[in-house]
Design a protein around this ligand. Structure first.
Ligand code: F2R
Ligand code: MG
Ligand code: MG
Ligand code: MG
Length: 343
């Protein structure tokens, strides 16, 4: 019903914000056992009785998500020149949010070219290959929500919104996979357990339709399907101690879309059950804490994991103390409500 869906919109947007804000201090780190204990205490403290503390600031992940949401709210028919201008305006007003170097170059080119063809600068990057970074996937939440009942609309809008900065197939397909995963979460009942096999089989089916149009079906032409099969295998293996190493080795924890989107989906699904070393009864927290505990691109993986967890569980499952530590939390609720209102 409408009340649940509205809560899921809020949960998804707050989850994306919280993962970014809490994950950012750990970006680029390798997490040791000691590091994971520090992380447990960090969450315990933030979740405890509210205390005044320096605010946890958001990074490029949220900065770009804000622009995607504004674009949808102001012009729901999607105007990609408008979106490109919002990205550029946001970047030049606050450049120190930890953006990737490629997107910085694209923004400079967009501004210099007066936005004549907003898809041209990104196409020229990396000798014409385009960026395979996770910058497209990390900002899709608003699009996944807005187009939750419109599969074709979602595919078209996510593809183009990604292509403003990222034209590599892996970047686009990673953004599409994250979109479809969020949309599946919206359809789940938060009080019912997730059928992990069904959830992942359904993503594989959808990626089969996206990773086609190639001459041959060689392994490296369907990389996301390969990753999703690894994901299923790791989920099924119940050995606990070395699993994190397998996750990092087989799924990745880096800034590429291919090395992070399947990981975020894995974190969300794995955290539906207890995880050794993560002491909490709160499922939402378990998802985000687990994502950060893998190290690497922690803000982005935790943000993508958080948006999935929030879209499944809804706002009520997010601890009210913890979210108060995040910059922009009040505004993000309004963003979610405005997105819901333009449906
Ligand atoms: N950039 C970071 N984190 C590292 C630096 C942190 C920052 N300097 C700080 O001080 O805190 N985080 C943010 O970037 C990731 C999203 O990146 P996005 O938007 O995809 O950027 P970009 O520049 O397009 O790609 C990232 C880098 O990947 C490499 N790369 C991409 N495509 C490539 C290709 N075809 N060939 C070779 N290399 C490629 C480049 O090094 C890109 O700069 C998120 O983690 C966000 O949090
Ligand atoms: Mg970031
Ligand atoms: Mg483990
Ligand atoms: Mg990051």
């Amino acid at each position: 019903d409408n009340i649940l869906l509205k809560s899921k919109f809020r949960g998804c947007m707050l989850g994306a914000l919280l993962g970014d804000c809490l994950g950012a201090p750990f970006e680029g780190e390798t997490m040791t056992a000691g590091g994971k204990l520090i992380l447990q205490k960090y969450f315990d403290k933030l979740e405890g009785p509210y205390f005044r503390a320096p605010i946890k600031t958001y990074t490029d992940d949220t900065a770009m998500t804000k622009s995607v949401a504004k674009s949808l709210i102001d012009k729901p028919a999607m105007d990609f020149k408008f979106l490109a201008k919002l990205f550029v305006k946001e970047y030049f007003s606050e450049p120190k949010r930890g953006y990737g170097q490629n997107v910085i170059d694209v923004f400079a080119k967009l501004r210099r070219s007066k936005f004549e063809d907003v898809f041209k600068p990104a196409k020229e990057q990396f000798g014409g290959i385009g960026s395979y970074g996770n910058g497209g996937a990390m900002r899709v939440s608003p699009l996944a929500l807005y187009f939750h009942n419109n599969n074709e609309g979602a595919i078209d809008a996510v593809t183009k919104a990604t292509q403003i900065t990222h034209t590599h197939k892996d970047a686009i397909n990673g953004a599409l996979l994250q979109t479809m995963a969020i949309q599946q979460c919206l359809k789940l009942d938060p009080v019912e357990k997730i059928n992990l096999q069904e959830f992942t089989d359904s993503l594989i089916e959808k990626m089969k339709k996206i990773e086609t149009n190639e001459e041959d079906f060689e392994d490296d032409e369907k990389p996301y399907q390969v990753k999703l099969i690894y994901l299923q295998q790791i989920l099924k293996s119940n050995a606990d101690c070395d699993v994190d190493d397998d996750v990092i080795r087989l799924l990745g924890n880096d800034i590429s879309a291919l090395g992070s989107v399947p990981t975020a989906i894995y974190c969300f699904l794995r955290a539906q059950k207890d995880i050794p070393g993560i002491r909490t009864d709160n499922k939402f927290r378990r998802c985000v804490q687990y994502a950060i505990s893998l190290g690497g691109d922690t803000d982005t993986i935790a943000s993508m994991t958080g948006s999935l967890a929030g879209a499944y569980l809804g706002e009520e499952y997010i601890n009210e103390h913890i979210i108060k530590h995040c910059e922009y939390q009040k505004e993000m609720l309004e963003v979610a409500d405005n997105l819901f209102a333009v449906l």
